[in-house]
Design a protein around this ligand. Structure first.
Ligand SMILES: *Cc1c(COP(=O)(O)O)cnc(C)c1O
Length: 355
């Protein structure tokens, strides 16, 4: 049973899509649940969205024993609300738990908690074109101790934010910097799970790249500084000679749900798709030989983010004349149409939230 305490201080739902942005506005309520050794996960509650109070010695503040997820709910033309591949996100949430020594959450219960919260705050699922409700479940270690060991107390919280279209003025290809010094993740590390420290570790490279006018960083492997891993916080795909390739999941790459969606669609379209190691030299060579047709990133926030230009070893490379390519555009259109219920959901990716 989830106890529900409704807020007495209802916020105004934004009237215009321009008021949304990404992750700036939060709904009226949040979900909170505690874990203790004795009781396991207990006391699931929906409460008014508000600051939380924690002991300053809580493990999460010092040693980063935290995980999170990010998924979206969409309002269809008929007003019904659908989650996109929620079970895949929840399964990954638990994989992150295992790596970070955090107790797992029952997957069906978790889906119910998310649905309940959406029901309570259903008026916050926007209906502007290209908008959605971003759902951010996370777990923090709350045991008050400076000892370095897995905590014995945790809090799982789910917050939700109505988000606008990632592309306010249509899709614009981004300009990326290939990072040859700093790395995001190493073999045996935590790069394949959604834990807070990965993102903190990526900020300096992102800041340096932004200062030089780039939108994002392209990450190479930590050992050879040669093989492509990800772009910013997205997975990456290339189209070489009409063949789609993406780096193979090797323990340092986040197994993106959008990445899998692209692979599933390409397979269903009988487009050649390969998961394998890709070196930066292969990409620059293909570019010189006019065999590099497209590069794009994938993730829940933007879905598909085409890359129009990249810079490596002080040289600049253009991709598809800096314009969005046909594969990127088709994938973007089809995934969006499925998410918004404008195309048949033949893969059963949508999960209806019953109000
Ligand atoms: C979340 C994330 C992705 C994309 O995953 P999706 O499930 O497609 O949203 C890719 N890379 C990193 C580092 C991420 O954190």
């Amino acid at each position: 049973m989830v106890k529900i305490t409704r807020t007495s201080n209802i916020k105004q739902v934004p009237e215009y899509i321009e008021d949304l942005g990404f992750g700036k506005i939060f709904t009226d309520h949040m979900f909170v649940m505690d874990y203790s050794k004795e009781e396991g996960w207990n006391n699931p509650e929906i409460v008014p969205y508000a600051p939380i109070s924690l002991d300053p010695s809580s493990v999460c503040f010092h040693y980063g024993q935290n995980i999170f997820e990010g998924m979206k709910a969409y309002r269809h033309e008929d007003e019904k609300i659908y989650l996109f591949r929620p079970r895949d996100h929840i399964a990954r949430f638990n994989e992150s738990c295992v790596r970070m020594c955090i107790p797992m959450v029952d997957e069906e219960d978790m889906l119910k908690y998310i649905e309940k919260l959406i029901v309570v705050d259903n008026k916050w699922v926007p209906s502007f074109e290209g908008s959605s409700l971003y759902i951010r479940p996370f777990i923090i270690a709350t045991t008050p101790t400076l000892g370095v060991k897995p905590a014995v107390n945790y809090k799982m919280i789910i917050i939700m934010s109505p988000v606008g279209s990632y592309y306010e003025n249509g899709i614009e290809p981004i300009n990326i910097h290939v990072e040859t010094e700093l790395v995001r993740a190493t073999q045996g590390g935590v790069g394949n799970v959604k834990t807070a420290g990965n993102y903190a570790a990526s900020l300096l490279a992102q800041q340096r790249a932004s200062r030089k006018g780039f939108d994002q960083v392209l990450w190479l492997d930590s050992f050879y500084h040669k093989y492509i891993e990800e772009v910013g916080v997205m997975n990456i795909f290339f189209s070489f000679n009409k063949k789609i390739v993406t780096p193979k999941l090797n323990g340092t790459i986040l197994p993106g749900v959008t990445r899998q969606t692209v692979i599933d669609l390409c397979n269903s379209w009988e487009v050649d798709i390969e998961e394998r190691r890709i070196s930066i030299e292969e990409v620059t060579r293909a570019c010189y030989q006019n065999k590099l047709e497209e590069i794009f990133g994938t993730g829940t926030a933007a879905v598909i983010s085409p890359i129009g230009q990249f810079s490596y070893d002080k040289k600049k490379y253009q991709v598809n004349n800096g314009e969005i390519g046909q594969v990127s555009q088709s994938l973007f259109d089809v995934i969006n149409q499925i998410q918004y219920g404008e195309m048949e959901d033949q893969f059963n990716w949508l999960h209806r939230v019953k109000i």
